[in-house]
Design a protein around this ligand. Structure first.
Ligand code: SF4
Length: 303
């Protein structure tokens, strides 16, 4: 597999240091961007296009994640349901909401959800870590990600991922989640801990859905991620090779190669895509959504 030069030198996660050699770094959200729509991957990770648009549903989800992190960072005596409102005040993000009234409504909803969630916890409960970024080197690429929470019970570690979207997850979603499986492998390989349990904690419903992987099922997920990494490397190598010839070729050649190796894959996500403004395929597929439309849809926060 060819290596994509991303940085001249890279330190990723505890205990992993790579000098001289650079690798494709693949987070679960980056892999998902490729699978959902290679053109979206191109705009985001190859062209590094910045979006000026904020989405209310992202603000809502991110605020909840931040509030839970801050709450767990408090001392055991301070960590009560009563302080959630104050904690939320410090981390709430207003961006993307229609107006202050709408933001205020959703902020109250966020406080309600987080309060109910922490009330459901054993007061003596202590997570192993909250919002921790880990990485490990796989075959020719690096898997990295930020894990909402890692729990520990004796020598057994498990992954917790918070969900704030509308749809209630089921066991198939948890078992099939590439992100959760990569997080479990991060704990195994970056921290050297035994980790097979993964769970989604759905805050709107209070439901917790768990799954216990085997080493074989985690390896199957890693094999699929490895295939995604190979596809990305091939596409990016093709694109970078084409950029050299673009100096002497027609501009349309660039577009043709981009269309071939990073094809647009329109879907219901187009209206929420940060790159809709520059994507004629997405524009032809569906209208632009308003920044607050995702609040009423099945679009959750993810990273
Ligand atoms: S608008 Fe749709 S087709 Fe275009 S990049 Fe975004 S997700 Fe892909």
């Amino acid at each position: 597999m060819a290596l994509i030069p991303l940085e001249s030198e890279l330190t990723v996660g505890p205990g992993i240091y790579c000098a001289d050699v650079t690798y494709l770094k693949l987070s679960p959200s980056k892999a998902a961007a490729w699978v959902d729509c290679p053109r979206r991957y191109f705009y985001t990770y190859v062209e590094h296009r910045r979006s000026t648009r904020s989405w209310a549903h992202f603000s809502f989800g991110l605020s909840i994640h931040n509030a839970l992190r801050e709450w767990f960072d408090l001392g055991p005596d301070e960590r009560t349901p009563d302080v959630v409102s104050d904690v939320m005040s410090g981390v709430w993000i207003d961006a993307g909401f229609k107006d202050p009234e709408q933001a205020s409504h959703w902020r109250a909803r966020a406080v309600e959800m987080v309060t109910a969630y922490v009330e459901s916890l054993d007061p003596a409960f202590e997570p192993f870590s909250s919002e921790r970024t880990l990485a490990f080197k796989a075959d020719g690429f690096i898997v990295e990600g930020r894990i909402d929470r890692i729990d520990a019970s004796g020598d057994l570690y498990s992954i917790v991922d918070y969900k704030t979207g509308k749809s209630i997850p089921d066991a198939d979603e948890v078992r099939g989640s590439q992100a959760l499986s990569m997080y479990a492998l991060m704990v195994q390989r970056a921290l050297g801990k035994e980790c097979f349990g993964v769970s989604l904690h759905h805050l709107p419903s209070g439901q917790v859905v768990q799954w216990t992987h085997t080493q074989e099922s985690l390896q199957r997920h890693l094999d699929r991620v490895s295939q995604i990494a190979s596809d990305i490397v091939l596409a990016q190598d093709t694109w970078e090779g084409a950029e050299v010839s673009a100096e002497v070729s027609a501009e349309s050649l660039d577009e043709q190669i981009r269309d071939d190796v990073f094809p647009a894959r329109p879907s219901a996500l187009c209206g929420y895509c940060d790159h809709w403004d520059v994507c004629t395929v997405g524009q032809g597929f569906m209208d632009r959504k308003q920044p607050w439309d995702g609040l009423a849809q099945e679009v959750g926060y993810s990273r």
